[in-house]
Design a protein around this ligand. Sequence first.
Ligand code: ADP
Ligand code: ADP
Length: 233
Amino acid sequence: MAQGTSREIGPVVLLGPPGAGKGTQSKRIMEKYLVPQVSTGDLLRYNVAQGTELGMAAKAVMARGELVSDDLVCEMVRQRLSQPDCGRGYILDGFPRTAAQAGWLDALLDDKLFDNSRPTRAWPIVIRLDVDYNQLLLRITGRRSCPTCGRIYNVHFQLPSLDEVCDVDGQKLITRNDDRLEVIQPRLKAYQEQTAPVADYYQRTGRLIAVNGDQPVDEVTKQIFKILEDRQS
Ligand code: ADP
Ligand code: ADP
């Protein structure tokens, strides 16, 4: 893996339907720009696994493929973004997912914009990954991940070197509980009904950049890096 750069990129929002490649691309941005990936899905799954109060409230909702309430998710994000490692920027993966969350994020950043003691100064770059519906289904049903390091694989497109085992730490790969066909439809519906308007909102305010996510992983990464470099210069 190429060495990372510590240049500031500010907040980056990755939008896109389930399976679009947000997590995969977030990890590559994280490695290159040395900023944390803030994945609300991962944070929620961690809370479910730990049996926290938040996890207990979120578990059944996630299993049905619906969205966890804005209040719970925004508070979780607020806590995560206030940690020191987010000072130079961060990648929001899976947030905001509703108009209310987008409004909340703007208010949070607005606050930071006018408070010089706070480190995050820029509006987010919002990148939406567009992927064909049938490709999404293949990606979601084929997704596997490492329970230890979070690395993402796919039985159709991104096989590990050894069958069903993580290349990095040798752990047996797992399938997410909500990557089952019967849960995929409600998740895609939630995206269309609740998250697509968020992209429209960013588009209207001139902040959305759409990327064709229906290309090989490396090509998508190349285009995202180009957007981030252009923003810096
Ligand atoms: P998201 O976070 O948007 O739900 P992921 O990054 O988890 O998406 O990717 C979903 C699945 O698709 C994973 O199994 C991943 O390995 C695979 N994948 C991601 N990007 C691509 C791509 N450009 N081409 C083929 N498969 C991909
Ligand atoms: P994907 O990578 O397939 O898009 P995520 O891992 O981002 O899925 O999210 C998994 C589930 O976690 C969602 O279906 C939803 O129940 C919950 N979730 C994640 N992010 C949010 C959010 N910003 N608001 C509400 N619910 C969320």
